[in-house]
Design a protein around this ligand. Structure first.
Ligand SMILES: NC(=O)c1ccc[n+]([C@@H]2O[C@H](COP(=O)([O-])OP(=O)(O)OC[C@H]3O[C@@H](n4cnc5c(N)ncnc54)[C@H](O)[C@@H]3O)[C@@H](O)[C@H]2O)c1
Length: 271
C-alpha cells in the first residue's frame, strides 16, 4: 500500500549496502511514496555492495562519501542539492561499524585506535553530516533528519561492545544538534531505536541469533523488521510528524518497556 506521503520531497540516504540493509528498504519505500534522493555510501562499500542495482530501481544518482570525511560530505551535500534541483527535505543516517567488534576484541580488551575509528564512523559522523547540512544551508524548513540507534545505549547488552557507547553519543548528538537545527532552520532531528535486524552490521554482533530470538519472544508485537523500520522512517519524513523532534523513538514491538514475557518464562519453566 502506498500513500504518496513524500510526493515532491528530496533527500540523501546513507548506508544502503545490500537488500538486507535498513537504508535499502527505506530507499525503496521512499521511492514508492514519491520521494527522490541521492544514494551514498563509503567508497569501499561501493565495491562490496550492490548499491548500483538500487540506484537503477529508484532512478537515483550515487555519490560516494566517507561519512568521517568533512570534505566528502560537503561535496555530497552541495552536489545533491544541484542534482535534485533544490534544498533537501530529508536525510537518513544509517551507518554503524565497530572495529573492535569486527576483530573480536572483548569490551574489557579494547584497542583504542579501533575504539576511536568506530566512534568516528558510528557517532561523530552524524555530527559531521548535520554540520555540513547546516553550514551549507541545504535543508528546507520543516525538513527531517533521522539516524538509527539501538537500546544498548540505555541498557546493558554485553556483546554489543563499544557500539553501545557509540549509540549513546549518537543519541546525544541528535538532541544537541536538533536544538540548533530546530531553532535556526525549523528542521527536526530524531533517532529511531530499532529491534535487532538481520543485516550485515546486525549479524556482526556476537550471538546475534540468540539475541534476535530473545527480543522476538520478549516483544508483544514481535521484532520490527527492516521493512517495518522503513515504513516508520517514511512517516518521520512526511508532513504528518512536523513537531516530533529531539526524540529517541523506540521501534521494537514493545521490547523496551517489557520486564518479562510469558514466552520467556515458559523457556525457563521447561528446564
Ligand atoms: N541490524 C540491527 O540489528 C540494528 C539494530 C538497531 C540499529 N541498527 C543501526 O542501523 C543502521 C544501519 O545498519 P544496518 O543494520 O542496515 O546494517 P548495514 O551493514 O546494511 O549498514 C551499515 C552501513 O554503514 C555503512 N558505513 C560504514 N562505514 C561507513 C563510512 N565510513 N561512511 C559511510 N558509510 C559507512 C556501510 O557501508 C553500510 O552500508 C546502523 O546505524 C546500525 O547500527 C541496526
Amino acid at each position: 500500500m502506498t500513500y504518496n506521503l513524500l510526493q515532491g520531497k528530496k533527500g540523501i540516504i546513507f548506508g544502503a549496502l545490500d537488500e538486507h540493509s535498513i537504508a535499502w528498504k527505506t530507499a525503496e519505500r521512499i521511492y514508492e511514496e514519491g520521494g527522490r534522493f541521492v544514494l551514498t555510501n563509503a567508497p569501499i562499500a561501493m565495491r562490496m555492495g550492490r548499491i548500483k542495482e538500487l540506484a537503477e530501481k529508484t532512478q537515483s544518482e550515487i555519490i560516494p562519501a566517507d561519512a568521517t570525511q568533512v570534505e566528502d560530505l560537503n561535496q555530497l551535500v552541495t552536489q545533491s542539492v544541484e542534482i535534485l534541483g533544490g534544498k533537501l527535505d530529508f536525510v537518513l543516517h544509517s551507518i554503524g561499524m565497530s572495529v573492535n567488534v569486527r576483530k573480536g576484541n572483548h569490551y574489557t580488551q579494547q584497542n583504542y585506535d579501533f575504539t576511536q575509528k568506530g566512534w568516528d564512523v558510528s557517532a561523530v559522523s552524524f555530527h559531521k553530516v548535520m554540520q555540513s547540512l547546516y553550514q551549507n544551508d541545504a535543508m528546507n524548513q520543516w525538513g527531517s533528519i533521522v539516524a538509527l540507534t539501538y537500546m544498548a545505549a540505555q541498557r546493558v547488552f554485553p556483546d554489543y561492545n563499544d557500539m553501545a557507547d557509540n549509540k549513546a553519543y549518537l543519541e546525544s548528538v541528535a538532541r544537541s544538534f536538533g536544538y540548533f537545527f530546530g531553532r535556526d532552520k525549523k528542521v527536526r532531528v530524531n533517532t529511531i531505536s530499532q529491534s535487532p535486524t538481520p543485516t550485515t552490521a546486525g549479524q556482526g554482533v556476537k550471538g546475534f541469533d540468540g539475541f534476535i530470538a530473545y527480543a522476538d519472544k520478549m516483544s508483544p508485537l514481535g521484532n520490527a523488521t527492516a521493512l517495518d523500520c522503513a515504513n516508520y522512517i517514511v512517516t518521520l519524513f512526511s508532513d504528518l510528524t512536523k513537531k516530533v523532534s529531539l526524540q529517541n523513538l523506540y521501534h521494537d514491538g514493545g521490547f523496551s518497556n517489557m520486564g518479562i514475557s510469558e514466552a520467556i518464562m515458559q523457556k525457563f519453566m521447561e528446564e
